[in-house]
Design a binder for this molecule. Structure first.
Ligand SMILES: [Zn+2]
Length: 117
């Protein structure tokens, strides 16, 4: 019964997040968020709204791990839970990626990469 939706449309800058696998910082929209529940298990947070500490994996790393079915790729970041996380990423990969709604197409109008104050 939560009706309020506080969408902050005015925010212009793209929040960056760091992928725990490749350690590169990328726009949040290119990342998958995993959140840990009380038991310490990871869950895929498709809407990036779950409470708790988020862990981010970029699409490239997620896709590579899923395609190669390679939990080892994740083991440095997720240790013993790498296999579980790989399962989550596999599920996430099957879901359609919902583009963030309400985002303006201003990027396409960019001409001179001018300063944006
Ligand atoms: Zn990555």
């Amino acid at each position: 019964m939560v009706a309020t939706q506080n969408v902050n449309e005015r925010r212009r800058h793209v929040p960056m997040r760091r992928c725990v696998v490749c350690r590169e910082s990328k726009p949040q929209g290119e990342m998958l968020r995993l959140a840990r529940d009380e038991s310490g298990a990871y869950r895929y947070d498709a809407r990036r709204r779950m409470g708790g500490r988020g862990t981010w994996v970029c699409h490239a790393c997620a896709a590579a791990a899923v395609q190669e079915d390679d939990a080892k790729r994740l083991s440095r970041a997720f240790k013993a839970q790498a296999a579980q996380v790989l399962g989550l990423l596999r599920e996430a990969a099957k879901l359609p990626q919902v583009p963030a709604s309400g985002r303006s197409a201003a990027v396409t109008a960019r001409r001179d990469g001018g300063t944006d104050v």
